[in-house]
Design a protein around this ligand. Structure first.
Ligand SMILES: Nc1ncnc2c1ncn2[C@@H]1O[C@H](COP(=O)(O)OP(=O)(O)OP(=O)(O)O)[C@@H](O)[C@H]1O
Length: 318
């Protein structure tokens, strides 16, 4: 395992049994993912809808059961065992704060829930003070404790959703598309809040998004996912300035750039979007890839380190 990693994932596989047109399929949502997250680091996970990003995040917080592989927090494997206290160290912010805020509970009760379940507060006064401090930390007035989710705007609700994940203060936050459902005008405010909290609380973060532009603003490193696998991983600047995997190139090309000299050429995809029901036998990206060769149709490329900057790529031809 990586020496200073707070989170280390090895060969994680998560699949679902799905019925379609009378037949039973095994959908491999996460198909052999390995990654590590260093203390204080923000690792962006990017890829299009259905590539397995959410399933990866959910399995780390114990909401999806892995078929195999290991998930270690500071060196202790969390798969299998019921390690409730350990789970408090890793919390998840969801795209839709309604998914984590119970509409019938006050914001204060929702924010305190993990602390309540785990006997974190020794008195009512301590609990109220912790709620007030946490609401203030996410930019909400302490009076929001008495309100209900329907009384809040989208941005305020996501702030409350974030407050819920930092009481008690965790080591790692998994943020799953935390700004995608918000108006563009409030997206930057919530991203800034997450960056401030990361610094103040010394959080490590897995930041999941389909939008490489958003990931670029917030992450130190990026892992690009395609059909359940990581196809390229490198420092954020390296990925944005010099993407090598043809899929990463198409994602970077899709970020609007005013300067034509910065546009990436030769990144046009062909073919159908992927379906996990028809996984190609070789490289999963080959049917859409502009540089695919015969080998790509039969031989699945492994993620291999490529270059001194920590870059790894899974491509025969990049
Ligand atoms: N509980 C489930 N039962 C069956 N299939 C599932 C389940 N959860 C996810 N899947 C399937 O696993 C695949 C990966 O889904 P996942 O939500 O992890 O992808 P994603 O990249 O997060 O996409 P999105 O951004 O649309 O949420 C998809 O094909 C999805 O339909």
């Amino acid at each position: 395992m990586n020496g200073n990693a707070v989170l280390d994932i090895r060969d994680l596989r998560v699949s679902f049994s799905v019925r379609r047109a009378g037949r039973k399929y095994q959908v491999r949502a996460v198909d052999g993912v390995s990654l590590s997250l260093a203390e204080g680091e923000v690792l962006g996970i990017v890829g299009e809808s259905g590539c397995g990003k959410t399933t990866l995040g959910r399995s780390i917080v114990g909401l999806a059961r892995p078929d195999s592989g290991t998930i270690s927090f500071k060196g202790t494997d969390m798969t299998g065992a019921s390690l409730r206290n350990m789970r408090l160290n890793i919390r998840m912010v969801f795209q839709d704060p309604y998914a984590s805020l119970n509409p019938r509970r006050s914001i204060g009760d929702s924010v305190a829930e993990a602390g309540d379940i785990n006997g974190f507060f020794t008195s009512r006064a301590e609990r109220s003070a912790a709620i007030a401090t946490t609401l203030t930390a996410v930019g909400l007035d302490p009076s929001f404790a008495a309100r209900y989710p329907y009384e809040l705007s989208g941005g305020q609700r996501q702030r409350a959703g974030i407050a819920r994940t930092i009481l008690p203060s965790p080591s790692i936050v998994i943020a799953d598309e935390p700004v995608s459902a918000l108006d563009v005008s409030v997206q930057a405010q919530v991203l800034n809040l997450m960056m401030d909290l990361r610094e103040q609380l010394r959080l490590s973060m897995l930041f999941i998004s389909h939008d490489l532009g958003v990931i670029g603003q917030i992450s130190n490193r990026v892992a690009v996912m395609y059909m359940g696998r990581i196809v390229e991983q490198a420092a954020t600047r390296t990925v944005l300035d010099d993407p090598r995997h043809p899929y990463t190139r198409s994602l970077v090309a899709a970020i609007p750039k005013p300067d034509p000299s910065k546009r990436i050429l030769g990144a046009i995809e062909t073919g159908e979007p992927p379906s996990l029901f028809k996984r190609p036998s070789g490289c999963a990206y080959a049917p859409r890839c502009p540089i695919a060769s015969h080998r790509c149709l039969v031989d699945v490329p492994e993620l291999r380190s490529a270059g001194a900057d920590g870059r790894a790529i899974a491509c025969h031809n990049a």
